[in-house]
Design a protein. Structure first.
Length: 133
């Protein structure tokens, strides 16, 4: 698996015990469609979501803030475009099936994108702030 990350990656507000089962599912899903591990990319990135400045009604998720995003991508169709947030429920697609793992890991927002022949799943975690910072 290829790994990509910025030179300085923020710390996410989660821990290995909560994160690893989710990450395992994020990787296992494309593998179940026949793609090989070395054909996948794991990207970690820092993301800043700015508040809407034009006064328009703002979508509920992701709320403005700083996040650490993890993306698993490759040339594989893992399902249709969809989004998830902690208040989401129901459905049959990938993120609905991962709902419990997303909640346990402390995810704040997630989405699946399909741009044939590629597919990806991305999960946002709040940036962890050191006490007193």
């Amino acid at each position: 698996m290829r790994n990509e990350r910025p030179p300085e990656l923020w710390e996410a507000d989660t821990d290995d015990v909560r994160l690893l089962p989710l990450l395992g599912e994020m990787i296992a899903t494309p593998l179940s469609y026949g793609i090989r591990l070395e054909e996948l990319t794991l990207n970690a990135s820092n993301v800043v979501v700015e508040p809407d400045e034009d006064g328009e009604e703002q979508q509920l998720f992701p709320v403005p803030g700083e996040y650490v995003a993890l993306t698993v991508s490759g040339q594989v169709d893992i399902g249709p475009d969809e989004t998830w947030h902690p208040a989401a429920s129901g459905g049959e697609e990938l993120l609905a099936r991962l709902h419990q793992r997303l909640e346990t890991a402390g995810a704040r927002f997630a989405y699946v994108r399909r741009i044939p022949p590629n597919g990806s799943v991305t999960v946002y975690f709040a940036r962890s702030r050191a006490i007193g910072a």
